[in-house]
Write a protein that binds this ligand. Sequence first.
Ligand code: OAD
Length: 238
Amino acid sequence: MSPIEVARNKIEAASSLMVLSGAGISAESGVPTFRGAEGLWKQYRAEDLATPEAFRRDPTLVWEWYQWRRALIATKKPNAAHEALVTMERSLKDFRLVTQNVDGLHPMAGSEKMVELHGNIWKLRCTACGRITEDRSLDLPALPKCQDCDALLRPHIVWFGEAIDPENLQASMAACRACDVMLVVGTSALVQPAASFAAIAKTSGAMVIEVNPNPALTHCADLLLLGRAAEILPQLLA
Ligand code: OAD
């Protein structure tokens, strides 16, 4: 049996499947990843753009970067990998997707049983009252303001040094412990807490399958599927 066939059989027979996705799943949609040769963190410093300190220091610069990324992502569509996960979700009775991506391509493809661990670039949060709104417009003011209290809005994204929303973390950890198969797609597994999810699932008895052309979980994955997500994931459908 080929590794793809083994993975397909395991997924089909899974009583609980958890999928962890990262920037690599959107690579074939044309959304840049963070750490590859062409990755965003090769061109930009995360400390200048994706920390609460950076936003306090220069909110205009941080907003400029997020508005540039919003405009870029607005031109992109879900690919065959996002779509394959929607098919899995609909055919398995216990399914949970945890994504580190903020691009919104999973929900656009139709994923519902999902956690956006790092937030969503189309959502804005008030720095004073905390109200979260969705706004897909590409002509936001340089410093967008809350309609309720007129305070500065920020991207609803978890920046370096910030805590994950406790509900999202709890749901993700519960899925790690409950799943008997975990599929990890397109992440360098360098950012915590998501970087530990595969090990947690494995310790709880799950089989870990990684899809990545440059696998990151060689120490922990039971099965490595070397290749691009949009090519491999459709082959994992029963
Ligand atoms: P990275 O950019 O760190 O890693 C992307 C991974 O995708 C790498 O392991 C690549 O080998 C792999 N990859 C590239 N093309 C692929 C393809 N076509 N199919 C499958 N895999 C492919 O992205 P993440 O691990 O998601 O934080 O990064 C984690 C977090 O760091 C992000 O969520 C982001 C960033 O700072 C926030 O946005 C808050």
